[in-house]
Design a protein around this ligand. Structure first.
Ligand code: CTP
Ligand code: CA
Length: 226
């Protein structure tokens, strides 16, 4: 699809998307991360740019190419992502947090490579900042969308995240389902809005899920205006 093809409510809007995993270093050669590929966030950024939005993609380490017309900012840690997202938050109309942010990081990052010593090793970890929750607390005009990755009680846990983080909508992925979640090209999800709308997004490509997401946001924004 081309940017000029259809009139869109996204034309000229500022959209911030986060994508990919974060990486939390233990020493110069080792880090903790997760299985996120970045594909869902990159698909969202690509579709938003095609629909005429100004898109800033704040991305953890990902091998994916920057989608056409998207401005990418590379980050590594949850802390870096937090700083970059905050820097762009005030100007944003819609913020979509597809990144799989590390919940914990090593309490100490060593300057030198750790040498092996004992037979076992305990690494003390500390919580990272919950970026999405902080955004929910600071929310003004922004339409704020989070993701919820769950393996059990997906709807209940997802709905709790919507409330706890003061989101406008949450996209719930049951990552125990075949074809859904972190690394593949497809996804299957449930969209729940603050206004109480619940929509199943059946198994399809991540681009198709992104298109559906922007139609749902359009309808939700119209609903708020009325
Ligand atoms: N998130 C975030 N900052 C964190 C952790 C998560 O911004 N430190 C965001 C993710 O980008 C996602 C949403 O919060 O949009 C939900 O992430 P998820 O891992 O499903 O939920 P958590 O709140 O971290 O709870 P838990 O992992 O315990 O289920
Ligand atoms: Ca988490």
């Amino acid at each position: 699809m081309d940017a000029d093809e259809s009139p869109s409510y996204l034309r000229g809007k500022q959209i911030v998307v986060t994508a990919g995993p974060t990486r939390e270093s233990l020493d110069p050669v080792r880090f903790f991360t997760n299985r996120s590929s970045g594909k869902m966030g990159y698909a969202i950024a690509e579709i938003a740019a095609n629909l005429g939005a100004h898109v800033t993609l704040i991305s953890g380490p990902s091998p994916l190419d920057v989608p056409h017309g998207v401005k990418r900012i590379d980050v590594e840690t949850a802390e870096d992502m937090y700083k970059e997202v905050l820097r762009h938050y005030e100007q944003a109309d819609i913020v979509i947090k597809a990144a799989a942010v590390a919940d914990y990081r090593p309490k100490i990052t060593f300057d030198q490579k750790m040498k092996k010593q004992e037979e076992s090793l305990v690494v003390e970890m500390e919580r990272t900042q919950d970026i999405l929750k902080a955004l929910g607390e600071k929310k003004e005009q922004q339409y704020l969308v989070g993701f919820a990755a769950e393996t059990t009680n997906a709807l209940q846990y997802g709905k709790e995240k919507l409330d706890r983080k003061n989101l406008d909508a949450v996209i719930i992925n049951d990552v125990s389902q075949e074809g859904a979640g972190f690394s593949g090209d497809t996804n299957e999800a449930t969209f729940i809005s603050k206004q109480g709308r619940v929509e199943q997004l059946p198994l399809s490509s991540k681009r198709q899920i992104a298109r559906q997401l922007f139609s749902l946001i359009e309808e939700e924004l119209k609903g708020v205006e009325q």
